[in-house]
Design a protein around this ligand. Structure first.
Ligand code: FE
Ligand code: FE
Ligand code: ZN
Length: 277
């Protein structure tokens, strides 16, 4: 069973996203925990969260992915920015406990000139302040394209963060295919090699979700511009090998392609067909 879905708007609430996912042929999905700029989240509707919880169980969904706002930066240069990121993520994680056992994905951060080592230390420090032993959510570091001063363009950088986090069993990684290709990993020519490298450096057991995107730019471009599936430099053949790969079989695949809802439905159907034939 392939778990595949797409990024959905959370503006109509939790259960509405679950129903929309089903209409699109999805059995997983991703959503922003709040406005991408990180403004205050609206009060949590417990009945709505419970309705989604029931729907996920009844309809056999895979894990779903809550995505932190882009603006958060655990390794910002100014302390007030770092604290804002911590407080927002801690609040997101408290709220996510209404949907037990799900995934919380975030962009590790940008070191903004402090250097990659300083960035890694600050990210780990932030995570150590946020993670709770009793939480049921798994927090995912997203693999990044490495644009600007982004941390997480190399698997080694994610490993270094995990090594410094005390509750690292509450942590995992989300592999974004556009980002990994833009970062210079050869997904098209050598998928097995990339996954072997991931396993050697991070460990495949840490891989908990995939963002399935094509890329507008060539490998190593460090750009981060997503393309629709089959319309970019990764291409349908390589994306098909990814959804069929035995090492990735039980993971949720989320599309973050530039699509409207009918476009997402078409890409979900296409990848289901390509995964199963
Ligand atoms: Fe992301
Ligand atoms: Fe992504
Ligand atoms: Zn991206």
């Amino acid at each position: 069973m392939l778990y595949i879905g797409c990024h959905l708007s959370s503006s109509k609430g939790f259960a509405a996203m679950g129903r929309q996912a089903l209409e699109l042929g999805a059995n997983t999905f991703q959503f922003f925990t709040r406005n991408p700029r990180g403004s205050k989240a609206k009060a949590l509707d417990e009945a709505d969260a419970a309705a989604l919880r029931d729907l996920l169980a009844e309809r056999g969904f895979g894990p779903i992915v809550a995505h932190a706002p882009y603006i958060l930066n655990l390794c910002g240069a100014e302390e007030k920015n770092r604290l804002f990121a911590r407080e927002t993520m801690a609040d997101d994680l408290r709220r996510l406990e209404h949907l037990p056992g799900q995934l919380y994905n975030f962009h590790p951060g940008s070191h903004v000139g402090q250097g990659i080592e300083a960035g890694i230390d600050l990210i780990a420090e932030g995570l150590n302040a946020i993670l709770r032993p009793e939480q049921s959510a798994t927090v995912l570091l997203e693999t990044m394209a490495g644009k600007g001063s982004e941390v997480g363009g190399r698997f080694e950088e994610l490993r270094a963060i995990l090594d410094r986090v005390t509750l690292s069993d509450r942590m995992g990684v989300c592999l974004d295919t556009c980002h990994v290709s833009d970062a210079g990993y050869d997904l098209v020519g050598d998928l097995d090699g990339v996954l072997t490298e991931f396993d050697r450096v991070i460990g495949l057991e840490k891989l908990r979700a995939v963002h399935l995107n094509d890329s507008k730019n060539p490998p190593g471009s460090r750009k981060d511009r997503h393309a629709c599936l089959g319309e970019g430099t990764i291409g349908l053949e390589a994306l098909t090998r990814i959804v069929r790969h035995p090492a990735l079989k039980r993971l949720p695949f989320c599309l973050e392609t530039p699509n409207d809802l009918p476009g997402y439905a078409r890409e979900i159907a296409l990848m289901r067909e390509l995964a199963e034939t």
